[in-house]
Design a protein around this ligand. Structure first.
Ligand SMILES: [Zn+2]
Length: 567
């Protein structure tokens, strides 16, 4: 009933509010704003009213002010830009704290950051880092000698930016018992030098030989880490996070999120995955569906299964239709038969599937599996997703709209940094680089595109993602004109992918009613320091979130918010 709206002069009201309970006055009204609603029926407004965590009216200042009663708090937003709360459809709760090695650029910087970070750790404990790229190393070749030079006795393991390869030092390899005689695991590779000695570089599943030794966080530490991550998320205007970790939440993580929810400290809609299990026991997908249904109204919900088909381009483990420049190719993590059977089993139980597929070969496998499921189970509103979906074959683009498959892209992946220009692009070659991260082509093909960050691989700041989608430049404005600028999209389109379309990808446009500022939906929104819709895209880099509201509750207020201009 909240969905039936009446279009009164200058004002859209939720029908229940307008008619059922004339005594109800809004808890809050927000006036004097520039509201971008993401709602095609009413794209802009000056003001809105909130009652019991929902928008109950969106319209002009006069019309909304007229609703105020004696108990209503009126908030003057001083002409600030308001957008729906951002929805990150691909985010991860970090498994542990680690030294950040992003944009290091050289071995020396990696060494310095690790040494600095290790100073704060108990003596002799593991030193863990993440965020390096092959281009940080001489000849683009990571080797344990660079870590041994600064940590001869202490175990060190550092993950690359994408999390698909790790570099271990000699001490870590020794603790893991990895020697020249150790066989490669089925799902990964131990890189070796000309003499057959492990170089320390461990690809895909081989990284587990070392990372399996890392002490996991205690339940209390996990809870603290979660609260820190949530505090960061709300400061970026995020109101919904989809945790895309493929095994689902660990026991500690689940306990942490549940505790945060129970204590009123869960400040986002938190959507967690269930495992995508090949040869899943009969009845298991139905149990997952029951879990989803029982959490439907909560902030913490379970709604989808996350699987992996391939790795990454940078690690040369993404599965391409044609080999990489210079040879080599990724191997799918599972066969097409296993994929088809498993996707069909989840689809039959009504569980949304999200498959990590980056190379055009892996993307085709995912589309084939979704097509197979629709064939054997009958078409339905399944909204299956492909995560990252970086280098699709042009022939496959129309299949997204045809099959109703969502392109779950990460705009910030198109950042033309050194790693992209000197490793990624040369590996795929110019023809495929020109169709990498093709945001505009997904839109032109009629696909629903939902944005995410893949945090902690990349920063979670949605404004930075939007900047990248719109410019395809680095923060320094390089290269001039943008990297393959034909794949850029407009700013409002990028905003829709982080709000309305992301809600659709999460079945949230109806479930909790998020993604747009519309009467009847949950009052999830963000107030920005600048009007990002008026001015050059470069101002996205200087724009801050002043206020974040989830279901009518303030989750973030910047000191700057109180200093906003008032009439
Ligand atoms: Zn991810």
């Amino acid at each position: 009933m909240m969905r039936r709206l009446c279009a009164c002069a200058g004002l859209w009201l939720a029908a229940t509010f307008a008619t059922a309970n004339s005594a109800t006055v809004p808890d809050h009204i927000f006036v004097n704003a520039r509201v971008w609603t993401a709602d095609a029926a009413r794209p802009t407004a000056d003001a809105f009213a909130v009652t019991d965590g929902r928008f109950v009216a969106v319209g002009t200042n006069e019309a909304v002010r007229a609703l105020a009663g004696p108990s209503t708090t009126v908030v003057d937003l001083g002409g600030r830009r308001v957008v729906p709360g951002f929805i990150d459809t691909h985010w991860h709760l970090p498994a542990r704290r680690s030294a950040r090695l992003d944009n290091a650029g050289s071995v020396e910087v990696i060494q310095q950051r690790l040494v600095e970070y290790a100073k704060g750790l108990p003596a002799g404990s593991w030193v863990v880092g993440r965020g390096w790229m092959p281009t940080d190393f001489p000849d683009r070749t990571a080797h344990r000698r660079y870590l041994d030079a600064v940590f001869p006795d202490r175990p060190v393991v550092i993950r690359d930016r994408d999390g698909h390869q790790a570099l271990a030092n000699s001490r870590a390899l020794a603790l893991a018992g990895v020697t020249r005689d150790t066989a490669d695991p089925a799902d990964g590779r131990i890189e070796r030098d000309a003499n057959g000695e492990p170089t320390g570089l461990l690809k895909e599943g081989a990284a587990g030989l070392v990372s399996g030794l890392l002490p996991s966080l205690s339940a209390g530490d996990t809870y603290q880490l979660l609260l820190e991550e949530l505090a960061a998320a709300v400061s970026f205007g995020l109101t919904s996070l989809t945790d895309a970790t493929d095994v689902g939440l660990t026991e500690n993580e689940r306990a942490a999120v549940e505790r945060a929810q129970a204590e009123g400290k869960l400040t986002v809609n938190y959507r967690a995955a269930v495992p995508f299990e090949v040869n899943t026991p009969p009845g298991q997908p139905a149990r997952y569906a029951a879990m989803r249904d029982s959490t439907r109204e909560q902030l913490l919900s379970y709604g989808f299964a996350k699987g992996m088909i391939d790795g990454t381009v940078d690690a040369k483990t993404a599965v391409m239709l044609e080999p990489y420049v210079g040879g080599g190719n990724g191997t799918p993590f599972l066969s097409q038969d296993d994929l088809n059977r498993t996707v069909a089993a989840y689809d039959r139980a009504g569980i949304q599937v999200a498959l990590h597929a980056i190379g055009d070969g892996a993307i085709r496998m995912a589309l084939d599996a979704y097509e197979h499921a629709a064939r054997v189970n009958g078409p339905r509103d399944s909204r299956h997703r492909i995560e990252h979906v970086e280098v699709p074959s042009p022939a496959d683009l129309p299949r997204f709209a045809k099959l109703g498959v969502i392109a779950a892209t990460q705009a910030i992946f198109a950042t033309p940094d050194t790693a992209t220009l000197e490793n990624y692009a040369p590996l795929v070659g110019p023809e495929r680089a020109a169709r990498a991260q093709p945001f505009s082509q997904f839109d032109a093909a009629g696909a629903v595109q939902a944005f995410g960050s893949d945090y902690p691989v990349y920063p979670m700041d949605p404004l930075l993602g939007i900047y990248t989608a719109v410019t395809r430049q680095t923060r320094d404005g390089e290269p001039e004109g943008g990297w393959y600028p034909q794949n850029r999209i407009g700013l409002e389109t990028a905003l829709l992918h982080y709000t309305r379309d992301a809600a659709y990808a999460s079945f949230d446009e109806t479930r909790t009613g998020t993604g747009t500022i519309s009467a009847g939906k949950f009052a999830d929104f963000a107030v920005l320091s600048r009007d990002i819709l008026d001015g050059p895209p470069q101002q996205l880099l200087d724009t801050r979130v002043l206020l974040t509201v989830l279901r009518g509750r303030e989750t973030w207020r910047s000191p700057e918010f109180d200093a906003r201009p008032k009439p």
